[in-house]
Write a protein of this length. Structure first.
Length: 163
């Protein structure tokens, strides 16, 4: 017998565990076509229980999917909040980071641009958050950021490399 609060916590944790498992499998899969903006938006929406509702509201507000805005709302800002209270929910942090890596590895050029321009730029605004973020990344993605993004993105000049 569960109280409503306990039930909601259990459902949320189950959702996060299943989401992380699915994202990890997707990241490791080799047989995936490049993900376009629309497919990416729906994957981002599936990161949270109310994500599909947020995507519908986004489409209603903008009459299209503006992935830079939607990714900021669905990934960058919630991830920054989680990284500011590290330990609060490491599993959800891993979900967001795995999703970012999927966008980078499996996304088409427009999706990768969202990662480089919107997500990484925003996460690099505060060095403490940036370095915590780097602690969750794969070595391959960290190398890409340090060797490709930081030297070539003028908006990120002066940002410290990830350790």
């Amino acid at each position: 017998c569960f109280a409503r609060e306990e039930y909601e916590v259990m459902v949320k944790e189950f959702w996060e565990r299943k989401t992380y498992e699915q994202l990890e499998n997707l990241l490791k899969a080799d047989n995936i076509n490049e993900m376009n903006l629309k497919e990416c938006a729906y994957m981002l929406a599936d990161l949270t229980l109310n994500g599909r509702i947020m995507l519908q509201e986004h489409i209603r507000d903008y009459n299209e999917i503006l992935l830079h805005i939607f990714a900021s709302d669905m990934v960058s800002e919630p991830l920054i909040d989680l990284l500011n209270v590290l330990g609060e929910n490491a599993l959800l942090i891993k979900c967001y980071i795995t999703m970012i890596e999927i966008m980078w590895k499996k996304g088409d050029e427009a999706v990768r641009n969202v990662v480089d321009v919107t997500i990484l730029e925003r996460l690099s605004d505060e060095d403490i958050v940036w370095q915590k973020f780097g602690g969750f990344l794969s070595d391959e993605f960290k190398r890409y950021i340090n060797k490709e993004v930081l030297p070539n993105n003028l908006m990120m000049c002066g940002v410290n490399t990830l350790k």
